[in-house]
Design a protein around this ligand. Structure first.
Ligand code: FPP
Length: 248
């Protein structure tokens, strides 16, 4: 089944960048009478499978929303457990990332992460920085409004120092100050667990992305689910504001 789906994918029309809101860990755990953190622990396998599937296909960028700015408001025990899980996972997976030539990057307010998480993350980013097959981007303590506000602040400072004229500001000048500077915009955004929201994720970068929603809870998300999402994406017509005839 998995192979059949995979073989239907047109490798010449792959999205360069896929972004995923990994949602439903808590509900997955609750369904089995377990605490929420059990869901996060089981979400790691889905992270591994999805990363592997993307690298195998030849996707260039995969961005995973692992922790939002708003997630800091969760109960302290859950926040702590998530931070510990991040350190543990990054530590355990760095070798595999290197073996598979995958570079790790992170976007978000990384200064707000606990010291141990920040240091572990930085080490993994440094250790994988010369890998070229795919870039795995973790969105951590990330929120898009925070990111855009930061970019505006930096632009304003540049104007104040007369480095740039307000009339010369373009989309590109703002993009240079986003956390994603230098990355292509995601063409496909996937959200699991049946929620149809964007939740402060890559608001600028998703301007023309195709959205794919699935009822599957994140810990159940497999390579096959990813292939389904890509096939759905490939069956859509992306018009970028033009008419259907203009595209053809
Ligand atoms: C959303 O489910 C999931 C998160 C907030 C955390 C995602 C983290 C992982 C999968 C752990 C490891 C990740 C990496 C990249 C190493 P939820 O808790 O909002 O679920 P609910 O909506 O059912 O409550």
């Amino acid at each position: 089944m998995e192979n059949t789906l995979k073989s239907q994918i047109d490798l010449k029309r792959l999205p360069k960048h896929i972004a995923i809101i990994m949602d439903g860990n808590g509900r997955w755990a609750k369904k089995q009478g377990k605490i929420r953190t059990f869901g996060h622990e089981n979400g790691v396998k889905a992270v591994r499978d999805t990363t592997e599937a993307c690298a195998e296909l030849g996707i260039e960028y995969l961005t995973l929303y692992a922790f939002s700015t708003e997630n800091w408001n969760r109960p302290k025990y859950e926040v702590n457990a998530l931070m510990r899980l991040l350190v543990k996972t990054i530590n355990a997976e760095t070798k595999t990332l290197n073996k598979n030539n995958i570079r790790l990057q992170a976007i978000g307010d990384l200064d707000s992460l606990p010291k141990a998480t920040r240091e572990e993350l930085q080490q993994a980013i440094d250790n994988t920085s010369s890998n070229t097959r795919m870039t795995l981007v973790l969105a951590l303590s990330y929120s898009s409004k925070w990111e855009i506000m930061n970019a505006v602040k930096k632009l304003t400072e540049a104007v104040k120092k007369s480095e740039i004229n307000p009339t010369d500001i373009t989309e590109h000048s703002l993009e240079k100050h986003l956390c994603t500077a230098g990355m292509p915009d995601p063409e496909l955004m996937i959200r699991t667990s049946g929620e149809h929201r964007i939740s402060n994720f890559l608001l600028w970068q998703l301007a023309y992305a195709e959205f794919y929603f699935t009822e599957t809870l994140w810990p159940d998300f497999s390579k096959q689910h990813l292939y389904e999402a890509i096939l759905d994406y490939q069956n859509r017509e992306r018009r970028f504001g033009k008419t259907s005839e203009q595209i053809k």
